[in-house]
Design a protein around this ligand. Structure first.
Ligand code: GLY
Length: 375
């Protein structure tokens, strides 16, 4: 794996511009990189991770920070979307306050999207804002959730309904951690990577088609390098979009939700912590359904087939039957879409496609057209 570190800068106008650093072996350089980004090494650092990932990755981060002189506290939360709750947020902030925290201290979110979301929100709230460093350990978190400052918890009224825009001070994407990810986790990240090509960049989509054989085989000698390039390219797209529309108000940032209206409805239908369907798999299938709906509305031609082919090559679902759903679930899926955050004035607003690389928002579709693409 290349030891070079690639840097993507995020200037979203909301906070101090920050860097996404992408490279191998960054966990063990955490102290040096954090000190450079923050101007000094914080006196105390609170690492938040989950019970599965903490034993794997927290020791390297702790060792780096402690040997540079920082006091380190480790807070672990159980794995799962259900942890993005008021109760967990209260317990986490309470534990951090009990340990003691000052404005110049920092939180590190070491894990996937759930850890990133709840730690980011805790960072926004504690002492009215302390520095947050995102250290995403899944492909999905590296290319999407760790960048752009969206933080949130879920409530009984829906996902991500309580939150804040709160930018991290630094994002460290350590590529070394990706080589030990289970294949299913890797695939979930591929769905978000395909999304960037499909929504914004036909050349990147074609590059992914070209590299699919390598990406689908973690034992390939070029795997780590190709995945590193895919992560970097995806982060560049995310950084550009976030800089254009940090607060998600102009419709540009909404383009990042290509495939997500379908995905969230599929997840609601199967249950958000369902082992039968992971978020990335739902996004992968959502991309196919968005491409098919774009075609059936006459907005685009011949786009669904390439998306299905790429999904198949990267091990992602292409039809409802691949995730154990059938026609008896169509009503529930359409109903779930009505509660999507992009629904406005009772109409479902989709991100759809004019071509590969050209996403558009908002688009509306009759229920019947949506039902047809589910079939
Ligand atoms: N994950 C979508 C966004 O950051 O806006």
């Amino acid at each position: 794996m290349t030891s070079a570190v690639q840097i993507v800068r995020v200037a979203d106008g909301q906070a101090v511009p920050y860097e996404i650093q992408i490279g191998a072996g960054l966990l063990s350089r955490a102290a040096e990189l954090i000190a450079t980004a923050l101007g000094d090494l914080p006196r105390s650092v609170h690492i938040v991770s989950d019970t599965t990932l903490a034993p794997l990755y927290a020791p390297a981060v702790r060792e780096s920070l402690e040997s540079a002189g920082a006091k380190v506290f480790l807070h672990t939360i159980p794995l799962g979307e259900s942890e993005k709750s008021w109760q967990r947020l209260e317990a986490l902030t309470d534990a951090i306050l009990a340990n003691g925290i000052e404005r110049s201290d920092a939180l590190i979110a070491l894990g996937g999207g759930v850890v990133g979301d709840i730690t980011g929100l805790a960072g926004a709230l504690l002492l009215r804002g302390v520095s947050v460093v995102q250290v995403p350990t899944s492909v999905l978190a590296q290319v999407d959730s760790s960048v752009g400052g969206k933080t949130a918890i879920d409530t009984r009224h829906g996902k991500n309904l309580i939150g804040a825009f709160y930018s991290p001070r630094l994002v460290l994407c350590d590529l070394s951690v990706l080589s030990s990810l289970p294949v299913r986790e890797l695939r979930c990240g591929f769905a978000e990577i395909i999304k960037y090509g499909l929504a914004f960049d036909a050349d990147f989509f074609a590059w992914l088609e070209d590299k699919a054989a390598i990406l689908s085989n973690p034992k390939d000698s070029a795997f780590a390098e190709v995945l590193g390039v895919a992560v970097q390219k995806s982060c560049q797209h995310k950084a550009r979009i976030v800089a254009d529309d940090a607060r998600d108000t102009t419709g540009k940032r909404a383009l990042l939700n290509l495939g997500h209206t379908f995905a969230h409805a599929l997840e609601t239908t199967l249950g958000h912590d369902s082992q039968a369907l992971k978020h990335g798999e739902a996004v992968g299938l959502g991309l196919v359904l968005a491409a098919r709906l774009s075609e059936s509305l006459g907005m685009a031609q011949a786009i669904a087939e390439p998306v299905m082919r790429l999904n198949q090559r990267l091990g992602l679902p292409v039809a409802l039957s691949d995730i154990g759903l059938d026609a008896s679930h169509h009503d529930k899926i359409v109903q779930a879409m009505r509660y999507d955050k992009k629904t406005a004035g009772g109409e479902i607003h989709f991100v759809l496609l004019q071509a590969i690389g050209q996403a558009v928002f908002p688009c509306t579709a009759e229920q019947q057209a949506v039902r047809e693409v589910l079939a």
